[in-house]
Design a protein around this ligand. Structure first.
Ligand SMILES: Nc1ncnc2c1ncn2[C@@H]1O[C@H](COP(=O)(O)OP(=O)(O)OP(=O)(O)O)[C@@H](O)[C@H]1O
Ligand SMILES: [Mg+2]
Length: 788
């Protein structure tokens, strides 16, 4: 490498006519400026060598854009109009044909003609001096340019800030323009344009335009840069933090076992295609999960939530069986009778079949215990080919039991509705809400309000469980409710229900149910065959009347089960091989007769009448006893009577006193007498107005000393004037009377419309009287004889 020193001073440089020309492609040198340059090639090397030996001068000029840079024999028109004469400040040869130069510009030149004769390019040139005019406009242009340049320096991190003061120190407008033009980042053609402007004011103007343009580019670039940087920063930050966290966990020995869960959840969530809101919530919880350690309580909370949300049947549904004939067969297979209920269910299915998206009513099966409500629900599910879930609402007092607790509660879980659906594993099960009449409410909120939402087809498409916190669509669920009585169901809830009554069974129906369903089931449950145990029809009748007193068949089934166990024990002990139960065998297996139908004996004296009561268990006989004793206008009522019943008794007494003449009662009877009315079965609270006629009959019977007719029962409300008003629960009452062997029943005239609900065989077996006033009742009920 050779290096040569320059003369200290190059002010007195004289530029000859003919100078060597170094064609350049995209590097520009302005006068007074210094650039480093590397030259390659034998021609260039020869040029540099000669220049170094002479005056170190050479002309730099760029070729036009379209000129082929590999071609070597340039013509005049290949070059731009103007170039710069430069002096070599330093030169270092790195090889024969390669040199590093430090060049300083001296003056502009124009080529007059190319000169042949050397291995490198030479030209005859005109040197061009700046035309500097210093006036206000140039000064203003210069000041403006300096400001712009400052900004450019600020925006360009790669330009040394020292350029600022340097530029300010330049007084000649042309030089200032050249300096800034050489520094800014602009394409060579643009710079060339500046170079070619000889008039310095013009040059400043053109440069201002260029610098402005440059500024815009820089600003935009900067903006983009910041945005991109922000984005990258954020993700990088997260990445670094995560890596750190991992490292910390590793140090603590808490390896990433939880990742397994997280991946699993991720997979599950991706698979089940959650509705958007649920998806969002699940993802949020998943993110929380990733941040927590698997042994923390928080982790369990998040994981439990994800378990729930991924386990729910968001899309799973079973296909409905809409074959009506098959459905009917299934219903008949499971239950005897219940014609009305079955008919309604078949209608429901038929509507479903014709209009699959119909929002059917919510059925409510109402009836005394053991009448088959719950088991009918099972059967409906079976008939429809749907899953069955049942929740019992008995004693539910807390709204959260229906709707769940918010996740912020410790140990929070979804409500029973969502739990039921998870169990069903399908979003269209038959969902039985059992004992809806036993829902309570207290300070923990009103569950019936939540039930309203569940059961309302308009709302339940977006049922909001507090725990899930995202809506779940219940509109495909077939809700069926059951109740023993309607009175305690909140009216708003009742309003949404379509009531199907299961009023209880007659003796004959019970026998049929026992023969076809209960006995076969108990036989198989106790491991017996039909050949090993038979129960005669008579015996069955005896079991029903002597051992059970109920509207349903639950106790009957229990008695049968008892007999089956007894026989099974004997067969297992090889004491027997088969057994047919006749009436006389019953006591041996079921114990002594439990129900006494001894009412003949109980009404053998005047002052006792049989009423009919409606009870949640179906219906029952109500014995009302009246007695009189010496005293003074006292009325005692016992047997846990409610206010309404007490008032009935008082009304009955007043009626008799007011009508003593008509009734042929001693008008002064009350003067020296206390009256006591008692309703036995004293442990059971009783209320309601329907015992009015019975009380009056019992009192009159007592006062007239005439017995009430045998096997006769009655029900009805009375007014003070002796009219008989209608009462409810006729069917249950009549069936209870029928079970007990009553032969005559006195009913309010208004209730004759209820007769159509009463089975034909019952109507045949019992004589009904419909009455409008009390005198008719007394005429029908009291025995004639004045006999003592
Ligand atoms: N019509 C019927 N045919 C056949 N079996 C019946 C019939 N009615 C009731 N049963 C049987 O009687 C039993 C009791 O019925 P279930 O449990 O459905 O009563 P429920 O009406 O739900 O009573 P509760 O109000 O006490 O809940 C069941 O085993 C059921 O199969
Ligand atoms: Mg039930």
């Amino acid at each position: 490498m050779t290096e040569q020193k320059l003369p200290e001073d190059n002010k007195s440089i004289v530029i000859p006519d003919i100078i060597p020309i170094l064609p350049l492609h995209n590097v520009l040198l302005f006068p007074k400026m210094v650039i480093p340059l590397e030259v390659v090639g034998s021609k260039a090397a020869a040029l540099i060598d000669e220049a170094m030996m002479k005056d170190r001068l050479l002309g730099l000029i760029i070729t036009k854009k379209e000129v082929d840079i590999a071609a070597d024999n340039y013509k005049l028109e290949d070059f731009h109009n103007m170039g710069t004469v430069a002096v070599i400040l330093r030169m270092a040869k790195t090889s024969e044909s390669r040199a590093q130069l430090l060049l300083q510009g001296i003056d502009r030149f124009q080529i007059r003609e190319l000169v042949e004769g050397k291995p490198y390019l030479q030209a005859r040139v005109n040197v061009i001096d700046d035309k500097d005019v210093i006036d206000i406009e140039t000064e203003a242009l210069m000041a403006n340019l300096l400001t712009l340049f400052d900004q450019i320096l600020k925006l360009s991190p790669f330009l040394p800030p020292e350029f600022g003061p340097l530029a300010k120190s330049i007084k000649e407008p042309g030089v200032l323009a050249d300096m800034i033009a050489s520094i800014i980042n602009a394409p060579p053609e643009e710079k060339q344009k500046i170079l070619e402007i000889v008039d310095s004011r013009q040059r400043l103007k053109e440069l201002t335009r260029l610098v402005n343009h440059q500024m815009e580019i820089l600003e935009l670039g900067n903006k983009i840069q910041t945005q991109v940087k922000d984005d990258i920063d954020k993700s990088q930050r997260e990445y670094y933090l995560r890596q750190q966290l991992k490292a910390i966990k590793h140090e603590l020995g808490e390896e990433e076992d939880s990742n397994v869960d997280i991946e699993e959840y991720l997979k599950k969530i991706a698979e089940i295609n959650l509705p958007p809101e649920a998806q969002k919530e699940a993802e949020r919880e998943l993110v929380r999960l990733t941040r927590m350690h698997s042994s923390s309580a928080e982790y369990t909370v998040a994981a439990t939530y994800l378990d729930w949300i991924t386990a729910l049947p968001w899309h799973e549904a079973t296909a409905d069986n809409l074959d009506i004939a098959k459905a009917r067969a299934v219903l008949d297979e499971d239950h005897y009778g219940l014609l009305k209920a079955k008919k309604r269910i078949i209608e429901y299915l038929a509507v479903r079949k014709l209009k699959p998206d119909s929002k059917g009513p919510i059925l409510c099966l109402v009836g005394p215990p053991g009448t088959g409500k719950t088991s009918l629900g099972h059967s409906i599910a079976r008939a429809l080919d749907r899953k069955f879930v049942r929740i019992s609402l008995g004693g539910v007092r807390d709204e959260a039991e229906i709707r769940g607790h918010r996740r912020t509660y410790i140990g929070a879980l979804p409500g029973r509705i969502i739990q039921g659906l998870r169990r069903a594993e399908s979003n269209n099960p038959v969902f039985m809400l059992d004992e809806i009449d036993k829902v309570g409410s207290d300070f923990r909120g009103d569950p019936s309000a939540a039930l309203l939402e569940v059961l309302d087809p308009q709302q339940n498409g977006t049922f909001a469980d507090h725990y899930l916190d995202v809506p779940f669509d219940l509109s495909h669920v077939m809700f069926i409710t059951t109740a023993n009585i309607l009175d305690t169901i909140p009216p708003a809830l009742l309003d949404r229900l379509e009531i199907i009554e299961l009023p209880g069974y007659t003796q004959e129906e019970k026998v049929k149910i026992a023969e076809r369903y209960l006995i076969p089931r108990q036989l198989s449950e106790n491991g017996l065959t039909a050949g090993q145990l038979k129960i005669t029809a008579k015996a069955l009748n005896k079991i029903i009347s002597g051992y059970t007193r109920e509207a349903g068949v639950r106790n009957l089934e229990r008695e049968i089960a008892g007999i089956c166990r007894g026989v099974a024990a004997q067969i297992a002990a090889a004491e027997l091989s088969a057994k047919t139960i006749a009436v006389r065998d019953i006591a041996r297996y079921a114990g002594p007769v439990r129900i006494m139908n001894d009412f003949d004996a109980r009404i053998a004296k005047p002052g006792v009448a049989i009423g009919l009561a409606w009870t949640p268990a179906g219906g029952d006989l109500l014995f009302i006893e009246a007695t009189a004793m010496k005293g003074k206008k006292g009325l005692t009522l016992t047997g846990q009577l409610g206010d309404v019943m007490k008032e009935s008794a008082a009304a009955a007494l007043s009626f008799i006193r007011a009508n003593a003449g008509t009734l042929k009662v001693n008008p002064d009877f009350y003067e020296e007498m206390d009256i006591h009315i008692h309703v036995p079965a004293g442990a059971i609270p009783k209320d309601g107005p329907s015992a009015g006629v019975t009380m009056l009959t019992a009192l009159t019977s007592l006062l007239l000393n005439r017995k009430v007719k045998k096997e006769l029962a009655m029900t009805g409300e009375i007014t003070l004037r002796g009219a008989v008003l209608p009462v409810g629960g006729i069917k249950e009452k009549v069936l209870a009377a029928y079970r007990a062997g009553i032969k005559t029943i006195i009913l309010p005239d208004w209730n004759s419309k209820d007769m159509e609900d009463i089975p034909a065989n019952v109507r045949k077996a019992i004589k009904f009287h419909f009455v409008k006033d009390m005198l008719e009742v007394l005429r029908l009920a009291l025995e004639n004889g004045k006999k003592k």
